[in-house]
Write a protein that binds this ligand. Structure first.
Ligand SMILES: [Fe+2]
Ligand SMILES: [Fe+2]
Length: 171
């Protein structure tokens, strides 16, 4: 069972995950426009992950016999100044998402809603990975600087990323 407060917070999160999907699609489009197809692929896969997160929350609300409500999200940022700028924005986006998830976890803990506390554990761990990934790419891009050959090497590396939905055992 979910309290009205948790239903509201999780619905807000469903919409935020869809917003994240669009934030990353806009980043993917920006990278494609810069002819960096590997970086574009990286954000496209990132967008797919965000949609997966949204659907995971969506299914949880339905499993708890509560109502999902889809809302409109604001327009994501479409323009950036550099690849470093893109990844810094991606890190900030992930940090704000971590804060959202902690807010839900705090509410679930306060209510001693153990099902929700357990469900959120996956997302808490996932946010550690998400922030670490963006941080490591920021460091790489800072090292790359103006070296276009190094940037193309990173682009080639990121072209190989594919979306693999987590198996049911670790969902
Ligand atoms: Fe997410
Ligand atoms: Fe994320």
């Amino acid at each position: 069972m979910l309290s009205e407060k948790l239903i509201e917070l999780i619905n807000k999160q469903i919409n935020y995950e869809f917003f994240s999907e669009h934030v990353y699609l806009a980043m993917s489009a920006y990278c494609a426009d810069q002819d960096l197809d590997g970086l574009s692929n990286f954000f496209r896969v990132q967008a797919e992950e965000e949609r997966f997160h949204a659907m995971k929350f969506f299914d949880y609300v339905i499993d708890m016999n509560a109502r999902v409500r889809i809302k409109n999200n604001p327009e994501p940022r479409n323009d950036y100044n550099s690849m470093l700028d893109v990844f810094k924005a991606a890190l900030e986006h992930e940090k704000s998402n971590t804060r959202n998830i902690y807010e839900i976890a705090d509410a679930a803990t306060e209510e001693r809603n153990h099902a929700t506390i357990s469900f959120l554990k996956w997302f808490i761990d996932e946010q550690v990975e998400e922030e670490a990934l963006m941080n490591s790419l920021i460091k790489k891009l800072e090292r790359i600087g103006d070296d276009s050959a190094a940037l193309y090497m990173l682009d080639t590396e990121l072209a190989a990323r594919t979306f693999v939905p987590p198996t049911t055992s670790n969902v």
